[in-house]
Design a binder for this molecule. Structure first.
Ligand code: SF4
Length: 125
């Protein structure tokens, strides 16, 4: 088990406002990385993940960098991974984002949990 339960694919997103000395992925937050990284759509990422289905993965972990720097992309990626692959989704975050983005992610996640049949949820931030 690394970065979540079971066998997982990890999607590393670019960008992080912090500069931790111990960062394992400093290239994801340095400006120089922009020259070698590319912009992809949510569907392009999901299509790449579909190629991994033969490995019988349990889910994806969205990491970085800081995934909440791109909250809409992160939420859409997790939504489509669940819908198209049936995989669980884990968010690897420092929580370093705007309060509104975190609030929205908590609300979206709570809605998905309720949709799965769990009725008693307390959302706090
Ligand atoms: S928050 Fe995480 S990704 Fe960002 S600099 Fe620190 S260790 Fe690296």
């Amino acid at each position: 088990m690394v970065d979540g339960m079971g066998r997982r694919a990890i999607v590393f997103l670019h960008g992080c406002p912090l500069r931790c000395l111990f960062c394992a992925n400093p290239e994801t937050s340095r400006a120089a990385a922009c020259a070698t990284s590319s912009c992809v759509s949510v569907q392009q990422v999901v299509d790449r993940l579909k190629r991994l289905q033969s490995y019988q993965l349990d889910g994806i972990t969205v990491s970085g960098g800081e995934p909440l720097v791109q909250p809409q992309f992160t939420a859409a990626l997790m939504r489509e991974a669940r819908a198209q692959l049936g995989w669980t989704c884990t968010l690897d975050t420092s929580g370093c984002s705007t309060r509104a983005a975190v609030r929205q992610e908590v609300a979206d996640t709570a809605a998905q949990i309720r949709a799965a049949g769990v009725q008693c949820i307390t959302e706090r931030l």
